[in-house]
Design a protein around this ligand. Sequence first.
Ligand SMILES: [Zn+2]
Length: 299
Amino acid sequence: MSWETEIRYAAFRYLADYERFNELIPGRILAEGFEWKGQRITLKGQTGIWTPRGFDCPISITSRTEGPYNLDGISKDGTIIYAYRGMDANHWDNKKLRKAYETRTPLIFFKEVRNHLYQAIWPVLIIEDHPEQLYVLATIDPAFRTVEPHVPWASIELSPVEVRRYAMVETRHRLHQSAFREIVIHAYDERCAMCNLHHPQLLDAAHIIPDSDDEGIPVVNNGLSLCKIHHAAFDCNLLGVDSDYIVHVQQRLLQETDGPMLQHGLKDLHAKRIILPRRKNDWPNPESLERKFKDFPEY
Ligand SMILES: [Zn+2]
């Protein structure tokens, strides 16, 4: 196995740790890269197509975002459209991209979700090259995750198109989820709207109208930043929030007596107003709250 392939594997392993916690990666971490046998390998450079020194093929391609939910280039049919650098098909960066296409070398696709925070999508393969139109088509192929290190990339068969399409649907979903999480938690200054807890690791972006519903769109006004316990309690209607932003605790719970978690964590919230985002534009939509509150038990 060539050292370039070895490093590519090491990069995938490095990113898998972030993936496990579904974390977005700050751009500076990617620019710093990781240590490999005493050598520093940067994962992302200043330009979109990034080829570390001495590499035959790029290690990553990056797409900056213009809006929070801009998933440009990521289509549902299992392909990524990625534009060349500039207008010259033979620019050094574009040639490297073509080389990755010819050798079927998997890359990492860094998709910016918000303000220099990236989701890593890999392994991505270039499946079509269009020099005259200055773009390539790429796909996510899970088959390239688990291959034996000594097998040359070119001898690995691409997964069937349905498998790749499914991987893409999952990726889009993950991107939407992480964008939603970032935007909602940020709007609430990284605090729980019910108890004010200020620990991002313990916070979720709760959907008011669930995302399984057609109206459950991932926008800030359909979200609440809630700690894990209040998220779960809100989802199962132990707690409700009416359209005036007042918290209701289920009667059954109010009558119970137990330890401090029940008392302070839940019962004490009754009839209090949630903590709203500073920007009024980010406040939850009262109609969505009302719709959700219809399921809140009366007794
Ligand atoms: Zn809370």
